[in-house]
Design a protein. Structure first.
Length: 107
């Protein structure tokens, strides 16, 4: 959203090679289609996708949005189990009467 000029290009968020944090932290679907994987070295990703554009991470924004997402999760259930920084498991089994079945609400 913040970089519309990158739309339709193979892009990855990566650490700083100079600080020896040169790994892929996240990637677009186009980069993934070239075989770029999260956690691999930037140089390996560039072999697979020579035109890969690497942008630096914005940790402050990432944490802010992650916290907002968690607030949404807690609005559905108090049984939230973090799984990494940006993933959680939610037990919504006790919320069926309040919200209805997930399958019904997703269709």
């Amino acid at each position: 959203m913040e970089r519309p000029e990158l739309k339709g290009k193979a892009v990855a968020v990566g650490g700083d090679k100079k600080l020896r944090h040169g790994i892929i932290l996240a990637k677009t679907l186009l980069a993934k289609s070239y075989g770029v994987k999260t956690g691999e070295a930037i140089w390996q990703a560039k072999v697979k996708c020579p035109d890969l554009i690497i942008i630096p991470p914005n940790y402050d924004k990432y944490l802010r949005i992650s916290n907002l997402a968690q607030k949404i999760y807690y609005s559905y259930t108090n049984q939230v189990e973090p799984y990494g920084m940006d993933e959680c498991f939610l037990d919504i089994s006790g919320q069926l009467r309040l919200f209805g079945s997930p399958e019904k609400n997703c269709l």
